[in-house]
Design a binder for this molecule. Structure first.
Ligand code: 15L
Length: 271
C-alpha cells in the first residue's frame, strides 16, 4: 500500500494518526469536511463532505487503501447520523469500489455492542447490540463492509474502537482504552496483512480487564504494547468524582446506554 487516504483527518483520532503514520506510507492524502487547523505544508488535503458522492469520489481517486475515520463520532440527532455516518459510509465504500481501492479500514466502535453487560466477555461472534443511533450506524458500516468484501472483493478491516486517548480516563476506559500507537498497529495489519477479507478486531490495548476477547486480532499478529493497568490509580480517582449511573455503569457502552434510556432499569440484561 502506497497511496492512503485518511477520512475524518481533522478529528482527534485523525490528528494523532497523521503524526504516527507520517513516513510509514509514502503517499498519504487526508480529507475532512473542514481543513485541519494544524494542516502542514507537506500534507495533501482534499475537502470532502462524506454525504456528497462527487466530493467523496474526488477524495478517493487514485487511492489504494482508505482509513475511514470520517463521520459523526458520538450520539447525535437522526439526520446527522443518517447523513454523516450512514450515507457517508455508503458513499465511501461505493466510491472505493468504483475507484478500484484495494483495502478499507473502517473505524467502527464499542457502541455497536454497547448493550452487553460488562461482566460478559464477548468476541466477534456475538450479535451487534448497539446502544445509540451512533452505534447503529457503526453496525451498519460493519455490515456494509462485509457486503463489499464478499461481493466486490475489497479487503475490509472493521476496528471496534474502545476509547483512543493517551491514558484511560475512568474505570470503564480501563477496559476499553486504546493507545494511539496500538491503533496504528491494528491499522497496519488491516492495510498490509495478506489474508484479510472481512475482519473485525477490537480496538483495545493490553487491558487486563478488557470486556472483549480479541483473539481474532491476535491471530493476525496484533501485539498491543500499552497496558491500561499502568494508569489504574488515576482512572479510579477520576471515576470517584463522577456521579453513579446504574444503567451506564452496568453496560459496556456507559453513558451512551443511559442517555435517553426509558426501559425498566430493574431488568438490565444479565447476559
Ligand atoms: C466512541 O465511539 C466515541 O467516538 C468516542 O468519542 C468515545 O465516546 C468512545 O466511543 C467511548 O466509548 O469512550
Amino acid at each position: 500500500m502506497k497511496k492512503i487516504l485518511i477520512t475524518g483527518a481533522a478529528g482527534d483520532v485523525g490528528t494523532r494518526l497523521r503524526k504516527i503514520l507520517k513516513g510509514v506510507y509514502p503517499d498519504i492524502r487526508i480529507s475532512d469536511i473542514r481543513k485541519p487547523a494544524d494542516l502542514r505544508a507537506d500534507e495533501q488535503f482534499v475537502e470532502a463532505d462524506l454525504a456528497n458522492m462527487a466530493q467523496v469520489e474526488k477524495a478517493v481517486a487514485g487511492i489504494e487503501g482508505i482509513i475511514h475515520l470520517g463521520g459523526f463520532s458520538v450520539e447525535g440527532p437522526w439526520d446527522t447520523i443518517l447523513n454523516s455516518n450512514i450515507v457517508g459510509c455508503y458513499n465511501t465504500f461505493e466510491a472505493a469500489r468504483k475507484a478500484g481501492v484495494k483495502r478499507i479500514i473502517f473505524a467502527t466502535s464499542n457502541h455497536a455492542v454497547g448493550f452487553y453487560p460488562r461482566r460478559r466477555k464477548i468476541g466477534i461472534d456475538a450479535p451487534v447490540r448497539p446502544d445509540s443511533r451512533y452505534g447503529v450506524s457503526k453496525a451498519f458500516g460493519e455490515a456494509l463492509g462485509a457486503m463489499y468484501a464478499y461481493k466486490h472483493g475489497l479487503s475490509v478491516t472493521c476496528l471496534r474502537i474502545g476509547n483512543v486517548a493517551d491514558a484511560p480516563v475512568d474505570v470503564r476506559r480501563l477496559s476499553i482504552w486504546l493507545h494511539p500507537e496500538d491503533l496504528a498497529q491494528l491499522i497496519r495489519i488491516g492495510l498490509e496483512h495478506p489474508d484479510i477479507r472481512h475482519e473485525i478486531f477490537y480496538g483495545m490495548s493490553d487491558n487486563a480487564h478488557g470486556f472483549w476477547d480479541n483473539g481474532n486480532a491476535f491471530r493476525f499478529g496484533y501485539r498491543p504494547k500499552y497496558k491500561a493497568e499502568d494508569y489504574r490509580e488515576a482512572a479510579v480517582a477520576a471515576q470517584a468524582k463522577l456521579a453513579a449511573d446504574p444503567v451506564g455503569d452496568w453496560y459496556v457502552g456507559g453513558t451512551f446506554c443511559s442517555n435517553e434510556f426509558d426501559a425498566d432499569s430493574g431488568k438490565l440484561a444479565q447476559f
